[in-house]
Design a binder for this molecule. Structure first.
Ligand code: ADP
Length: 291
């Protein structure tokens, strides 16, 4: 990454000077690397990766814009995305992130975002979950959406890359055919989801307000976001009690939590291998036992 070229590219896109443009490494996440760029009147957080990852950043930008448009929760404002030499990048407003937000404030903000709906399930364009492509074709039928574009997509990927054994593939396909049994009378409505809400993707700003970032947005069952919040860590009991005040949780949630998190376990199995395939199979067996 050439810092001078990045600065020039950003200045051209934004149409203003970023002087003195002090650029320093800002760590990075699981997927991308990042720099902090300090201009006179604004600080930018610039995520970058190989040049062929521009579509991933454009999709993240659309997700952040959709979340920002709800005016319910703070997200880093996307400023520009583009290619520069051998990198693709996404420039965001830099936010001084500081630990955990008040769980009640996080619950209220997330419930308000989830109250923002759409006419169907899906999103305006595909995006990625981790580095795996995530398809978001619009559908009126949540079960069909989940079966094909979430569960089915991961199973097909696992079959292609040889990471999933026959038992996992077969039992996953059988589960897909019986999804309705996990929903009873519950009829999810399309809610704007963050889509990748593990504990590393929320934090607090300097004023303690919740901030969400690094989304994989789509319109889906709000329970899918809640489920993922419990997958790797948990926002705690206070979060859930306040969320419940704003948004009733259907009694069947506990069961569907496993279904929704299965998508992320399968994705981890596809990305990292290890014990995730076995963990996925155990979840499928548990769900099949109640069907
Ligand atoms: P990745 O896409 O590689 O997972 P993230 O978007 O999660 O990267 O960012 C990595 C880390 O950088 C986050 O965990 C967070 O601590 C920090 N971060 C993310 N966005 C911003 C931002 N706009 N301003 C400041 N820090 C940020």
């Amino acid at each position: 990454m050439n810092p001078n070229a990045l600065r020039a590219d950003l200045e051209a896109r934004l149409g203003r000077s970023l002087a003195p443009a002090r650029i320093s490494p800002a760590g990075g996440g699981d997927i991308n690397r990042a720099v902090k760029l300090e201009a006179a009147d604004q600080t930018l957080f610039v995520k970058y990766n190989r040049a062929d990852r521009l579509a991933m950043f454009e999709a993240e930008r659309r997700g952040l814009e959709a979340m920002a448009a709800t005016s319910t929760v703070r997200v880093p404002r996307p400023l520009a995305a583009g290619r520069c030499g051998d990198i693709a990048y996404l420039a965001l407003e830099f936010i001084d992130l500081r630990g955990q937000p008040d769980p009640a404030a996080l619950a209220t903000a997330l419930a308000a975002m989830h109250a923002c709906g759409a006419d169907a399930f899906g999103f305006d364009g595909d995006n990625t979950i981790g580095s795996t492509p995530q398809s978001n074709r619009w559908s009126d039928d949540w079960l069909e959406f989940w079966r094909e574009q979430r569960l089915g997509a991961q199973l097909r990927l696992g079959a292609q890359n040889g990471r999933f054994g026959r038992e996992l593939l077969d039992s996953g396909a059988r589960l897909g055919e019986k999804l309705a049994g996990l929903f009873g009378a519950y009829r999810p409505r399309p809610a704007l989801l963050h889509g990748d809400l593990w504990s590393g993707n929320w934090s607090a700003d300097g004023a303690g307000r919740p901030v969400l970032y690094d989304p994989a947005c789509y319109y889906g069952d709000h329970e899918a976001d809640l489920a993922m919040m419990e997958l790797f860590g948990s926002p705690g009991a206070r979060f859930f009690s306040v969320y419940h005040e704003h948004f009733t949780i259907d009694p069947g949630y506990d069961l569907r939590r496993d279904l929704y998190n299965l998508y992320h376990l399968l994705n981890h199995a596809n990305l990292f291998g290890g014990g995730y395939a076995a963990q996925s199979l155990a979840v499928i067996r548990r769900l099949q036992a109640v069907l």
